[in-house]
Design a protein around this ligand. Structure first.
Ligand code: URP
Ligand code: ZN
Ligand code: ZN
Length: 470
């Protein structure tokens, strides 16, 4: 692989920014410094007036996910390729065993599906049920397979929902192993009850979706998971925090000294619940995801939580279903497959609505789109940092480039774009994945199966401090 010299740009890391050239060779960053010279045969990228940043890490995606009776449109190739077009160079996806399914069997299935990835990837593994084999397999996953995080769905009753008994067992085991428990926080019993009531009252259209999942239902589950984690003395990460209720639960716990972390989705930061009142079923259903989009005051709370450090990461929950799939719930909103896209747009949304508005500094942008996820899931400093020795996963960012986001121009296979019509200023001009130029001047050169599985070792000091028992 030929070397690439990125010349004349400003390197932005989570701690500082400075003018430097970046030389990449053999998949790694070989040097960062002033006036580097290009080796023979090297490709030179002119980054004058642009920022050179660690490629985005999306810690929450669902490629090729079988869910609610159908399978997402984007598979691991098309989904990661779309990510590369938007400057995201790594994903952490989810292995989701059915209730009663062996964890290792599910893990191997997902590893097989992911071989076609164009970008690097890892997996959180969901614990959807409990017995001795799960206890055993969690160890195998951590020690042999480099899985250091386990997911728990507190919603989706009668499918993948983990009850409190499962949460308690799994959190305790995660602590022993030095792995991070994560939760989708919604009270699945209450969602189920509210869905029933709405249908009894004759509500079958997508407006029932947010009504069956109000913020208090998310806040209760976040609070419960945080309380369980507090009793067991284990850190916890709350995925897709969508409302003030759960952001406040995290803030309160952090103020008490508890290690609680939170993620917010690009969509939840800029889209509000009015999308469900659209009389056009296709459009309203295309926005059905859980937790749902919220009233505008929650967006304000989410931005504040991101700025305050209550929430550390941004993700997309990229999970694309087409109109035909969403139509499975034409007569009953509870049957609309839950999920929306966004992997390609996340960085542009965070830059435009975060940096351009003064909500985030450029270094904070890097922290919340890349570095913090790398640190929390133990990918750092291999990823999440522009420095010699790190993977050459880079985005060259043109702050002046502008476009209107649209399904017509997206690379994702989905047939809808939740950011449709939104003009963003600040876009990737080039993306490098392990030193390969995979996106340049609007041209996507993603390569099937070029991405690698990245092992994420178990955590050490934090867990030891919390009473790790080996
Ligand atoms: O609606 C969503 N978020 N679909 C994907 C599964 C999940 O809950 O993360
Ligand atoms: Zn979820
Ligand atoms: Zn998800």
């Amino acid at each position: 692989m030929d070397a690439i010299l990125i010349r004349g740009g400003t390197v932005v890391n989570a701690d500082r920014e400075y003018r430097a050239d970046v030389l990449c060779s053999d998949g790694r960053i070989a040097a960062v410094g002033a006036d580097l010279s290009a080796p023979t045969g090297a490709l030179t990228i002119d980054a004058g007036g642009q920022y050179v940043m660690p490629g985005g890490i999306d810690p929450h995606t669902h490629m090729q996910l079988p869910f609610m009776g159908t399978v997402t449109q984007d598979d691991f190739f098309t989904g990661t390729a779309a990510g590369l077009a938007g400057g995201t160079t790594s994903i952490i996806d989810f292995v989701i065993p059915d209730a009663g399914q062996n964890l290792m069997e599910a893990y191997r299935t997902w590893r097989g599906w992911a071989e076609k990835s164009a970008a690097d990837y890892g997996f959180h593994v969901a614990v959807t049920w409990w017995d001795e084999s799960v206890h055993r397999d969690m160890r195998t996953l951590v020690v042999e397979e480099g899985v250091n995080s386990f997911k728990h769905f507190m919603a989706y009753k009668n499918a993948i929902m983990a009850d409190d008994e499962t949460l308690v067992h799994s959190f305790e085991r995660a602590l022993e192993l030095g792995a991070m428990p994560t939760v989708h926080a919604e009270n699945g019993e209450l969602v189920f009850l509210l869905q029933e009531r709405l249908r009894e009252a004759g509500v079958f259209d997508p407006s029932g979706h947010p009504r069956s999942r109000p913020p208090v239902v998310e806040g209760e589950a976040a609070q419960r998971a945080i309380a369980i984690a507090a009793v067991l003395n284990v850190p916890i990460y709350v995925v897709h925090v969508s409302c003030a209720d759960s952001a406040e639960a995290i803030a309160r716990a952090r103020a008490r000294g508890q290690r609680v972390y939170g993620e917010v989705l690009a969509g939840h930061l800029v889209i509000d619940e009015s999308v469900y009142r659209n009389p056009d079923f296709a459009s309203a259903a295309a926005h059905v995801m859980s937790p749902p989009f919220r009233a505008p005051e929650h967006q304000v709370a989410l931005w504040h939580a991101l700025q305050a450090g209550t929430l550390q990461t941004t993700a997309t929950d990229h999970c694309t279903f087409c109109a035909e799939q969403k139509a499975l719930g034409r007569a009953d909103f509870t049957r609309i497959p839950n999920g929306c896209g966004g992997i390609e747009e996340r960085l542009a949304i965070l830059w435009d609505a975060g940096v351009n508005t003064g909500r985030l500094t450029r270094s904070e942008f890097v922290a919340v789109t890349s570095t913090n996820a790398a640190r929390l899931f133990n990918l750092y400093p291999q990823k999440g940092l522009v420095a010699a020795g790190a993977d050459a996963d880079l985005v060259v960012w043109d702050p002046a480039a502008s476009k209107v986001l649209s399904v017509a121009t997206q690379h994702s296979k989905g047939d809808f774009n939740i950011f449709e019509g939104r003009r963003v200023t600040g876009l990737p001009s080039h993306t490098l994945s392990r030193g390969r130029l995979v996106f340049a001047a609007g041209e996507l050169r993603a390569e099937r199966a070029a991405g690698r599985y990245v092992k994420r070792p178990a955590f050490g000091p934090v867990f030891e401090a919390l009473g790790r028992r080996a």
